[in-house]
Design a protein around this ligand. Structure first.
Ligand code: NAD
Ligand code: TYD
Length: 363
C-alpha cells in the first residue's frame, strides 16, 4: 500500500505515522504538511531515516503542489488529518479554518478523484454534532449542529467528502473522533495546556464554570481505530470513534493537579468561551460492531503516561511555547480573568444578565 497522509507533523497525524510504519504494511508513506504553528517535524524525529517515509512540504490549498505530489507518489490511500484544529483560534481568526478545512479538503478530494485512490479517510470530529443534553449520545445519523467556526468548517468538509462518494463514487470514509489526548499535543488544547501550566506552577485557566463535558480518547486508540477503518470500513460511511470516558473539565484539571502534585489553588476561573458547547457525547457502537475496535487505554493510565511524557520532554515544550505561542497566549488569555470579574459585576446590577451576555460577546 502507498499511503498519503496530510497534517502528519501535527499531534494525531505524527502519532499515526509512527503507528503506521510499525503496524501497517506500507511500501511508501508520504506526509504532506505546510508546517503551520501546529506542525512540528520534531514530532517525527524517530521516523525520518525510514526509507519508506517522505516529507512533502506543501499547503493542501495549493492545487498545483498537491497535483504534483499525487502524480509522483500515486497513493492508494489518503488519510486526511490536516486542519486548523483549535476552536479558540477559529474564534479569534476564522479565515484559516475555512481555507484549510473546507478549501484544502476540496483540493485533496479533486486530486484523489483524478488519481483514482482506493480509500480516502477524512478525519473529523464529534464536535460536528454540537452540544447534546444528557443522556443523549450521537450515532452517525444524528443531525449535524456545529457551534464554532472550527466545527462548522469540519461539518462542511465532512459533507463535501461524502458528496464525492455519492456523486463521483470516490471511496470516501469519514471518521468522527472525540477529544484526543496524549504525547506531542500542542499545548493550546485543554490537557496539554493544563499539564504544561501545572508543571510551570502558573494558573490553570478554566473557562466559565468548568462543568462542560468532553469524552476523552487516548491518541493511540484513535490510531488503531483509523487502521481498522482503513482495513475494513465501508466506503460512503461515517464512523464515530469515542473514548467512552466522559468527564467534566473541572474533574480533568483536578486529576492533572493530582498527577503533577500541584495545589488546587492553581485552578483559575476565567471568562467563558463564546458559543461554548456544554457536552459532547457519541456512540462508537457501529465501529465496534463492524471491526471489533474499542478504546483500550483507561483515562487515568493515559493521563499518567501523558504527564510523564511532558515531564520528560521539557525541551519540546520550551520550543513550542516560545515566540508565536506567547503572543497567542496573551491574546486569548490576557485579561480574561479580569473580564470575568467585570462581567460578574455587570450581571449583579439590575437587568444585568443581558449586560453579562454583552460583555461576553464583546471579547
Ligand atoms: P494539529 O493542529 O495538531 O495538527 C494539524 C496539522 O495540519 C499540522 O501539522 C499543520 O501544520 C497541518 N496543516 C494545517 N493547515 C495545513 C494546510 N493548509 N496544508 C497542509 N498542512 C496543514 O491537529 P490534530 O489535533 O492532530 O488534529 C488532526 C485532525 O484530527 C484534524 O482534522 C482535527 O479536526 C481532527 N480531530 C482532532 C481531535 C483532537 O482532539 N485533537 C479530535 C477529533 C478530530
Ligand atoms: P479544547 O481542548 O480546546 O477542545 P474542544 O473545545 O475542541 O473540545 O477544550 C476542551 C474543553 O476545555 C472545552 O470545554 C474548553 C475547555 N478549556 C478550558 O476550560 N480552558 C482552556 O484553557 C482550554 C484550552 C479549554
Amino acid at each position: 500500500m502507498r499511503l498519503l497522509i496530510t497534517g502528519g507533523a501535527g499531534f494525531i497525524g505524527s502519532t499515526f505515522i509512527r503507528y503506521a510504519l510499525s503496524h501497517i504494511t506500507a511500501e511508501r508513506l508520504v506526509n504532506v504538511d505546510s508546517l503551520t504553528y501546529a506542525g512540528n517535524l520534531d514530532n517525527l524525529a524517530g521516523v525520518t531515516a525510514d526509507p519508506r517515509y517522505r516529507f512533502a512540504h506543501a499547503d493542501i490549498c495549493d492545487g498545483a503542489a498537491i497535483e504534483a505530489i499525487f502524480a509522483e507518489e500515486r497513493p492508494d490511500a489518503v488519510v486526511h488529518f490536516a486542519a486548523e484544529s483549535h476552536v479558540d483560534r477559529s474564534i479569534l481568526s476564522p479565515a484559516p479554518s475555512l481555507d484549510t478545512n473546507v478549501r484544502g479538503t476540496f483540493v485533496l478530494l479533486e486530486a484523489a478523484r483524478r488519481h483514482n485512490v482506493s480509500r480516502f479517510i477524512h478525519i473529523s470530529t464529534d464536535e460536528v454534532y454540537g452540544s447534546l443534553e444528557s443522556p443523549l449520545e450521537a450515532d452517525e445519523l444524528f443531525p449535524l449542529n456545529p457551534s464554532s467556526v472550527y466545527s462548522a468548517s469540519k461539518a462542511a468538509s465532512d459533507l463535501l467528502a461524502l458528496s464525492y462518494f455519492k456523486t463521483y463514487g470516490l471511496p470516501v470514509i469519514v471518521t468522527r473522533a472525540s477529544n484526543n489526548y496524549g504525547p506531542y499535543q500542542f499545548p493550546e488544547k485543554l490537557i496539554p495546556l493544563m499539564i504544561s501550566n501545572a508543571l510551570e506552577c502558573v494558573p490553570l485557566p478554566i473557562y466559565g464554570d468548568g462543568a462542560q463535558v468532553r469524552d476523552w480518547l487516548f491518541v493511540e486508540d484513535h490510531c488503531r481505530a483509523i487502521h481498522a477503518v482503513l482495513d475494513c470500513g465501508r466506503v460512503g460511511e461515517v464512523y464515530n470513534i469515542g473514548g467512552n470516558r466522559a468527564l467534566p473539565n473541572l474533574e480533568v484539571v483536578h486529576r492533572i493537579l493530582t498527577v503533577t502534585c500541584r495545589p488546587e489553588s492553581l485552578m483559575t476561573h476565567v471568562l467563558d468561551r463564546p458559543g461554548h458547547d456544554r457536552r459532547y457525547a457519541i456512540s462508537s457502537a457501529k465501529l465496534t460492531r463492524e471491526t471489533g475496535w474499542h478504546a483500550q487505554v483507561e483515562f487515568d493510565d493515559g493521563l499518567t503516561m501523558t504527564v510523564a511524557w511532558y515531564q520528560e520532554h521539557h525541551a519540546w515544550i520550551e520550543r513550542v511555547r516560545s515566540g508565536a505561542y506567547r503572543d497567542y497566549y496573551a491574546l486569548n488569555y490576557g485579561d480574561r480573568r479580569d473580564q470575568l470579574f467585570r462581567a460578574r459585576a455587570v450581571a449583579a446590577k439590575p437587568g444585568g444578565t443581558r449586560g453579562m451576555a454583552r460583555a461576553e460577546r464583546s471579547r
